[in-house]
Design a protein around this ligand. Structure first.
Ligand code: 5AD
Length: 350
């Protein structure tokens, strides 16, 4: 069973050794193995969801952040960032525009901005919930208290994205400032689950110091935690950060990992991420062909979008302009896929 191509056929039996074989295979992994994985993952995605790809409207609410994650372009100590925060009114306008275009999930993402207290966010989430009763609300606002997750869930949030970033505590420590730990990140993920959210975790591929064994641990964590969503993208260096000169993550390896995650969790909601679309002109299409089934176009106002730079040269497609959604539709059609309308909750089928 050490033949990587044959191993791909039996994801139920992937233990640490099998995953290490897959990820360590020559050219790690060789092209034929990647292509085979993509074909199997794509087949599985079509069987679970059909041709439809879910769209989520991303609203980048603030690029202020109290954290200082070493990889992230909007880390606190990056002085060259021009900081902004959207008003509640601007955020609701983005959702309104998105609704008109057909979005039925809104993702509010932001840095850990001290101004985004529960007293500010609870009424905001409640008003989105009230204005768009048929839409899902996803939050991506970092680590918060359990009580905060509880109150936001009560206010109407359905889903929460919080990448674990790496399943290895020492690697986590290398990517984050003192005081941030993998243990607290995993506590948050557990609280989110217990509060009844659909939960997303995930990691970057090729972050500084990452080893193949780290990736094996990431996949084992994902299988153990059984998240409803998984975000995976290549690391891309960001100006003004300690990792500015570090090489970007390998796109082929990122695609391979997407395929493995699809085979491990056939029903998972798996985006072809903005980072993937930034690393390669047709990165999102390739992600979908490797087993992804979600894309997250940006609904943020253009000036905010330009300032929410987690990494350099971030893809700047602006979905609020209807022609860009048409462009996405055409790109999907070119690979035999369509945009799915509807909330696209975990467990829905195509
Ligand atoms: N390259 C790629 N992804 C990044 N993220 C943050 N900085 C970078 C970077 N330089 C990812 C992190 C975070 C998510 C919102 O964006 O994984 O969880």
């Amino acid at each position: 069973m050490d033949n990587p191509q044959r191993l791909l056929e039996s994801p139920g039996q992937w233990d640490r050794k099998a995953l290490a074989t897959l990820l360590h295979s020559p050219d790690s992994p060789e092209k034929a193995t990647r292509a085979h994985a993509a074909a199997l993952a794509r087949e599985r995605t079509l069987a679970e969801f059909g041709k439809g790809v879910y769209i989520r409207g991303l609203v980048e609410v603030s690029n202020f952040c109290q954290n200082d994650c070493l990889y992230c372009g909007i880390r606190r100590s990056n002085q060259s960032v021009s900081r902004y925060r959207l008003t509640d009114e601007a955020i609701l306008d983005c959702c309104q525009d998105g609704y008109r275009l057909g979005f039925r999930t809104f993702v509010l993402q932001g840095g850990e901005d001290p101004v985004l207290t529960d007293d500010r966010l609870v009424p905001l989430v409640a008003s989105i919930r009230q204005a768009f009763p048929d839409c899902a609300i996803t939050l991506s606002l970092g680590e918060r208290s359990r009580d905060s997750y509880h109150r936001l869930r009560q206010a109407g949030a359905d889903r929460y994205l919080l990448r674990h970033e790496t399943a290895d505590p020492d690697h986590y420590a290398r990517l984050h400032p003192p005081g941030m730990t993998l243990a607290s990140r995993l506590d948050c993920l557990q609280w989110l689950r217990e509060e009844g959210y659909q939960v997303g975790c995930g990691f970057m591929v090729g972050s500084p110091g990452q080893t193949v064994d780290n990736l094996v641990d990431d996949l084992l964590l994902i299988r153990e935690f059984q998240p409803e969503m998984v975000g995976i993208g290549p690391f891309i260096p960001a100006r003004g950060t300690p990792f500015a000169d570090h090489p970007a993550g390998d796109v082929g390896l990122t695609l391979f990992l997407l395929s493995l995650v699809r085979l491990i969790l056939p029903k998972v909601l798996l985006p072809a991420t903005t980072a993937l679309g930034t690393a390669l002109p047709d990165g999102r299409e390739q992600g979908i062909l490797a087993g992804a089934n979600v894309v997250m176009p940006n609904l943020s106002p253009p000036d905010a979008r330009d300032k929410y730079m987690l990494y350099d040269n971030k893809l700047r497609s602006h979905a609020e302009a209807a022609e860009n959604l048409d462009d996405l539709r055409h790109r999907l059609e070119s690979i035999g896929r369509t945009i799915s309308v509807g909330r696209g909750d975990f467990g829905d089928s195509g």
